[in-house]
Design a protein around this ligand. Structure first.
Ligand code: IGP
Length: 229
């Protein structure tokens, strides 16, 4: 298999990065675009616009994505690609790697502690980084990431995955609880440069942005405007 570019490395080498998301639709917000999109073309715009990495939703039922979307994007770009989905098993992580992802999402609240620890250890053995997502940092309190040989980043999702509500101040207020051992990513609800600047100032290494970029008429320009540092 071709070596994938490092997701954690890409976030560590920049002062502030944008992880731009290929998102066809979402359960509450519906379709992001009028017609069908070409994941490859969207991804090439993201790369040209200076994205640190690209996130691809592969969940079909809620987001209309697929592993084929992931492969198409991973083959088209040279920056790291994240598989964004509700991943629960070793098999899911292997598929991410096989289809070209450098990193895969694990949602702390969706896994019990034993499963989470096992999947983190497994990710190291197949050389895929993890974006470990929390809604509240409490969800990972006491988790020994260094002991698990964790590679990747910690993400705080400002959207509550049960109610779908976005709390736009959540990432800023929880920043200090995420520590400084790993890159930290603020996810969801970033609407423009002002939000990006507030998150950069709060000490985030990156933001993960879907809807704002997908709906922008000029995706490349919208992305450049978010690269605030
Ligand atoms: O479109 P937004 O508001 O910029 O959000 C992107 C991303 O954070 C969101 O798609 C997301 C964050 N965590 C998730 C977990 C599953 C599915 C989707 C997500």
């Amino acid at each position: 298999m071709i070596a994938a570019p490092s997701f954690e490395g890409a976030l560590r080498t920049r002062r502030f990065g944008v992880i731009a998301e290929v998102k066809r639709r979402s359960p509450v917000r519906g379709s992001m675009t009028d017609g069908e999109i070409s994941p490859r073309e969207v991804a090439l715009d993201y790369q040209a616009g200076g994205a640190a990495a690209i996130s691809v939703l592969t969940d079909a039922p809620h987001f209309g994505g697929s592993l084929d979307d992931l492969a198409e994007v991973a083959q088209a770009v040279s920056i790291p690609v994240l598989r964004k989905d509700f991943l629960l098993s070793e098999r899911d992580l292997c598929d991410a790697r096989i289809y070209g992802a450098s990193a895969a999402l694990l949602i702390a609240a969706a896994l019990d502690r034993g499963d989470l620890e096992r999947l983190i250890r497994f990710s190291g053995s197949i050389g895929i980084d993890i974006l470990l997502e929390v809604h509240d940092p409490e969800e990972i309190s006491g988790l020994d990431l260094v002991g698990l040989d964790f590679h990747g980043a910690l993400g705080i999702n400002q959207r509550d995955l049960l109610t779908f509500e976005v709390d736009p101040d959540r990432a800023v207020s929880f920043r200090s609880q995420l520590g400084d051992a790993f890159p930290v990513v603020a996810e969801s609800g970033v609407k423009g440069p002002e939000d990006a600047r507030a998150l950069a100032e709060a000490g985030y290494d990156a933001i993960l942005v879907g809807e704002t970029l997908m709906r922008a008429e000029d995706r490349l320009g919208a992305l450049k405007a978010l690269c605030v540092l």
